[in-house]
Design a protein around this ligand. Sequence first.
Ligand SMILES: *Cc1c(COP(=O)(O)O)cnc(C)c1O
Length: 360
Amino acid sequence: MSRVYNFSAGPSMLPESVLNKAAAEMLDYQGSGQSVMEMSHRSKIYKTIIDGAEVLMRELMNIPDNYKVLFLQGGASTQFAAIPLNFMNKSGKADYIVTGQWAKKALAEAQKYGDAKAVASSADKTFTYIPKTKREDFRPDADYVYICMNNTIYGTVYHELPDTGDIPLIADISSCFLSEPLDVSKFAMVYGGAQKNVAPAGLTICIIREDMLGHARDITPTMLNYQIHADNGSMYNTPPCYTIYICKLVLEWIKNLGGLEKMKLRNEAKAKMLYDFLDASKMFRGTVVPEDRSLMNVPFVTDSDELNAKFIKQAEEAGFVNLKGHRTVGGMRASIYNAMPVEGVEKLVAFMKKFEEDNQ
Ligand SMILES: *Cc1c(COP(=O)(O)O)cnc(C)c1O
C-alpha cells in the first residue's frame, strides 16, 4: 500500500492511526456486533460515542460550561444563514470583516435577512492580509461582529482578535479547528465544518454561548434553530453518526499527542519549514504578508504560470497531491492541517528545492 501526501484544503488527510482504528472496528464496534454506521443514533452504545466526543472536545478546547457544543449537518455554509436568523434580531444589524471568499459568502447570506455590513475588507490586495480594525469601526448596536478566523483560500489568519467591546464576536474556524489553543470565552460562537481538521465531511460543529440562544426569529427553519438542537442534545433528527465517531477518534489522537499546546508546536514547526524555504527561495514565494500567515494553508507562486503547472504536475507524480491553488487565486497552496505528518512537509520542501535547482 502506498499513501500519498495530500495537501488538499478539504476534505483532507486524517491521521493514519484513526483510519486504522476505524478499519479494525468497521464490522464490530467494541463487541456490539455492528458497525457504527448501522447503529441507532438513540442506542445506549451510540450515546457513549457522541457523549464521548463532546467530553473530549470540551476538555481539549477548554470550553466553558456556559457554552453548548452542537453536532450538526449542512456544512459551514449552512451556518451563513443560521447565524443571522438566530442572532441578528435585536437591532437587526451585524458587522462583517471580509477577509476572503468565505466571509464574503457569509455576509451576502446575512444581507438577505437584515442590515449586514462589511466594516472592513482586504479585497483591495486580493485578501493577502488581515485588515486592522478599531473598536469604533463597529456599530455599537450591532447584534454581532463576524470574522473568518483562518482564511483557507488566501492563507491568512487572525493572530490577534478584533476588539469588539461588548458586541458578541462570532468566528468561522473551519480551517483552524483544533490546530492550536483557542480562548473560546472571547467568542459568542465559533463553528466550523469538520472536513478540514476534525473528521470527514458531513459534520458541522457549533460552539455557542448559552445567552445567545432563544432569540431566533419566528421564520427560522426548525433545522436552523440552534435552540432546538441544543434542547435535543444534537438529536432533534438523526445526526451524522459515523462522522461524529471519527471525530471522537481524532480527538483521542490529539489528546494522546499531548493536546492543543503540543498540536500548536507541531503545526508551527511544519509551517516554519515551509515559510523559511519560501522566504529563501528565488523561484517560489509566499503570497501573504508575513505577520498574517496561516499555520494551516500556505499559498505560494512562481513568476510563471507554466512553471506553476509544471511544478503541480511533477509534484503529483512524486506523491504530493492537491497542491493546486484555489481557482480564484491560481498558483499553489499547501494545506498542512493537523494530520499532515512532519515528514510530509519535510519531503515537500526537499522536492521544491530540487525542482528549483532543476529549473533554473
Ligand atoms: C471549507 C470552508 C467553508 C465551507 O465549508 P462547507 O462545510 O463546505 O460549507 C467555510 N469556511 C471556511 C473557513 C472554510 O475553510
